[in-house]
Ligand binder design. Structure first.
Ligand code: FAD
Length: 393
């Protein structure tokens, strides 16, 4: 007891690190793991080829694994459509555009009409580029895992630099007010999560195409910086609070994909996540948003931070690696959705009636929560071994 490496309460939150680890392992991670596999949550609508509003395109991908391959519909495997494991029994020349890598498939077979009950609604926190419907595709997230892609160097560095220095300058924290500090922690927590997934699923040997955890990278990018780990826990709790705050809305939403059995399962998994008694008992208020935007500067500050977050969202179009862009866009949209839920102009009383979420926002929100939950799990499980092997304390 009290021996958690990071100790005490997660800063700006209401639960302690040990409780978060326990709840995450027992409740959150297992149920999210199931939820993101359902047909409703595994397809994300995205415009992959976007004009970067800041710099001309300079794709810097070294590996094939960074591309999300799009197939003409007639090349798309029947087995996938009927949801059997992919790609059993398929002649390999059916997969021509996938360069032998079915994991890279994009599903163009889904039709928006199968998602009933969802409307378009604006999100003031995100840079919305979804009007150009013709260029949007559906990506099966299960077949395009977030992992090492080889995207590195000046292009990647430029994005992170812009995100931090233009939009949420790093501490000295004394000079930042709580709201600015929270924006910084959300971005840093997301960055930590991305680094964790890169380290957990790394290309260890290009010649033999062998993948596995890279403990050195995990240590060098994350574990040797306790702040980055703390920000990861914070971001998980922030997004969890948004999901539970929107419970009434999420419970009633339509999860219809045209497969009644699967859709009922989705609905029931959503309820299990939203109303889990263990979660409610041990961490009833993961983050207290009521403390934000107080004081005279409140409204002005909110506008400023909203603008900064929109810039971050726009920067995702400049990520020069397709798969990184896919996950970058999804996760920033997920964070924008959490911000929209927590700081919706209409205030808490009206939430549930006034809140309108797009289907894609809900998919992004839940997948983001899953990414963060998995990262916390990985840190919790791999952390001690990394410290022993890499020679930390
Ligand atoms: P970077 O991770 O690029 O970090 C740059 C600088 O930011 C560091 O030097 C440090 O000063 C600071 N920093 C690092 N972490 C934190 C933190 N948690 N909090 C605060 N500051 C921090 N690569 C992949 O292989 N797969 C992916 O899926 C992938 N997705 C990406 C998505 C986005 C949106 C972006 C911008 C990049 C993505 N990348 C991905 C690239 C990856 O994030 C790194 O940029 C790349 O691996 C190079 O790493 P680096 O060691 O230079 O440090």
């Amino acid at each position: 007891k009290g021996r958690h490496k990071y100790g005490g309460i997660v800063e700006d939150c209401c639960c302690d690190y040990e409780t978060v680890d326990r709840l995450n392992q027992e409740v959150l991670h297992p149920s999210l793991q199931e939820l993101v596999k359902t047909p409703f949550f595994r397809y994300f609508k995205v415009k992959l080829w976007c004009d970067c509003p800041f710099w001309p395109d300079d794709g810097m991908c070294r590996l094939r694994d960074c591309s999300v391959c799009e197939c003409p519909e007639n090349e798309f495997p029947e087995s996938f459509k009927s949801k059997r494991p992919f790609p059993l029994g398929l002649p390999s020349d059916d997969l021509t555009c996938q360069e032998g890598k079915p994991q890279a498939a994009v599903d163009r077979t889904l039709d928006e009409k199968t998602f009933r009950g969802w409307t378009d609604s604006d999100n003031p926190w995100t840079y919305d580029d979804e009007t150009d419907k013709a260029e949007m595709t559906y990506v099966n997230l299960q077949l395009n895992p977030e992992r090492y892609t080889g995207y590195t160097g000046p292009s990647a560095r430029r994005i992170w630099d812009a995100v931090y220095s233009e939009n949420c300058p790093k501490y000295p924290s004394e000079q930042l007010c709580q709201e600015e500090r929270i924006l910084y922690k959300l971005i840093s927590g997301l960055h930590s999560s991305i680094s964790t997934h890169i380290a957990a699923d790394y290309l260890l040997d290009e010649a033999t195409n062998s993948w596995g955890p890279n403990l050195t990278l995990m240590h060098d990018r994350l574990l040797r910086y306790p702040d980055r780990v703390r920000n990861l826990y914070f971001t998980l709790l922030f997004v969890l609070r948004a999901v539970t705050k929107a419970a009434a809305y999420l419970e009633q939403a339509e999860y219809d994909t045209g497969n009644p059995t699967e859709d009922l399962k989705t609905q029931s998994l959503v309820r299990q996540l939203l109303y889990n008694p263990k979660l409610q008992a041990a961490c009833p208020l993961p983050f207290d948003e009521a403390k934000m935007w107080k004081g005279q500067r409140g409204p002005e500050l909110k506008q400023k931070i909203q603008g900064q977050f929109r810039n971050i969202s726009a920067l995702m179009d400049c990520v020069g690696c397709e798969k990184c862009r896919l996950w970058g866009k999804l996760q920033v949209l997920g964070l924008g959705t959490a911000l929209k839920i927590l700081f919706s102009d209409n205030g808490q009383e009206q939430l549930g009636q006034a809140l309108q979420l797009q289907r894609n926002e809900v998919i992004a929100l839940i997948n983001l929560l899953h990414r963060l939950s998995e990262s916390v799990n990985l840190v919790h499980e791999m952390g001690p071994a990394v410290e022993v092997i890499i020679g930390g304390q």
